[in-house]
Design a protein around this ligand. Structure first.
Ligand SMILES: [Zn+2]
Length: 107
């Protein structure tokens, strides 16, 4: 099992998991230092860990959208451990630059 790259804790919450190319990816959350990171597994063995906190929120959001094609704001917030307001601010900038397209669903 993976451990937190910052504090070494093994008490991790799996936020989400999915398959990405040859890897099985787990989005893990460390309760001790309140960090999110991704652990990449190959054939059941831990391959490497990417500490999300070293990457800017904007890059993380773009990566997330690239991996998932589309996502709602709440989904991004849960997966990346970011505040909704921060995400909305970043999405507005990205939309202005033409990097993303936002869809509004009416109920
Ligand atoms: Zn930790």
């Amino acid at each position: 099992m993976a451990q937190c790259p910052k504090c070494g804790s093994k008490t991790l919450v799996i936020m989400k998991e999915w398959d990405y190319a040859a890897f099985h990816v787990k989005n893990l959350h460390c309760k001790l230092c309140n960090r999110n990171f991704k652990a990449y597994f190959k054939e059941g063995q831990l391959s490497h860990i990417i500490d999300n906190n070293k990457i800017s929120p904007r890059t993380r959001i773009l990566r997330y959208l690239k991996e998932h094609n589309s996502a709602c704001t709440q989904e991004i917030a849960t997966a990346l451990g970011l505040e909704i307001n921060d995400i909305l601010r970043i999405l507005a900038v990205l939309e202005q630059k033409g990097r993303i397209e936002r869809l509004v669903y009416m109920n």
